[in-house]
Write a protein that binds this ligand. Sequence first.
Ligand code: ADP
Ligand code: GN1
Ligand code: MG
Length: 363
Amino acid sequence: MTEKNLRVDQVAPYFDIGGVFISARPYGSGHINDTFLAEFDGAPRRRYIFQRINHRIFKMPEKLMENIERVLSHLAKIDGNGSSRRHMTLIREKSGANFHLDKDGNYWRAYVFVEGARTYEVLETPRQAYEAAKAFGRFQRQLASLGGERLHETIPDFHNTPKRFDTLRKMIEKDPCNRAKIAREQIDFVMSRAQIVPRLEELRRKGAIPEIITHNDTKINNVMLDEDTGEGVCVIDLDTVMPGISLYDFGDMVRTSGASSAEDERDLSKVRMRLDVFDSLAKGYLEGTGGSLNKVEMQNMPFSGKLITLEIGIRFLTDFLEGDVYFKTKREGHNLDRCKVQFKLVESIERQEEQMMKMVAGC
Ligand code: ADP
Ligand code: GN1
Ligand code: MG
């Protein structure tokens, strides 16, 4: 057992699971939290997900968990409680708290493992895109009826592209690791697209696109599809659920589901936006959101794919220049590789934007 697994061993007894902890292993390929799959004997279920929340990135874990608790109890009311796989189920600490704070100051949470469903890194068929987009759209629609106070902003300005752009500019000036010279081509790529950066924020500010509760991290490995039927089962990774605009979510779906390659593919000749997948994404999303989008939102669906892809590319580039302090990396230049894929996708969208517009109009 690695030290990390031992930590799960030590925190598991604090959670109201019952049964005996057997083992835990690192799980999934998220870039932010430390995720483990834990097995228990004699508990109501055998498998649970344990996560150590990255509190360097999420600076207010209590507030974040307050959001998640409100969101999940709302979904449970709509979907029905208990064994539903439609939403995640949080396991409380025996004290009743929705997280456990360990002696080193780490925040832990536990969820029921969603069985019989899986995530993908690269989608294989347009049908999967339809199902994933429908599930994310449905999630947005269900949260439209969440009453009470505005959710906490777990990361302020998360999808504020102009702010992300400014942060990049400052990082280029500072160039703390002397890496800007390696990324000259990517820096020029962003600068030549500066004029598109503010569009979504302007539409939000003018009220042309309404503020709603959004997921904000609709990457394809954050939705689980049924292993047998392929249906969208459950939206996961709720750390960034907060006020936003619909197109942040649709844009990130286009970026990750529409892409023909992995996010960090090194052979850029494999990277393009798949039109048939885009078509299915648009159909699934419009179906899931159930007619709640206005004309401006619909007209900007292809654009949002381009802008959010550029934005995430900007974030990978910024992190590369800063010395890889935000996203988990597995190899040298990993963030720059990820950035290159995003920019190749942006170019591919630019070439196909007109056709994408026609597809949305045809939905
Ligand atoms: P990160 O914020 O680091 O991306 P996630 O919450 O997305 O972490 O979890 C990482 C991975 O763990 C997911 O991509 C998924 O494969 C798996 N996972 C997370 N929660 C569950 C769950 N409740 N049931 C099954 N698998 C899960
Ligand atoms: C992170 O947590 P994960 O791996 O699902 C990031 C997203 C990025 C994504 C890029 C909180 O998502 O915003 O789009 O990596 N999450 C956070 O792969 O920053
Ligand atoms: Mg994730």
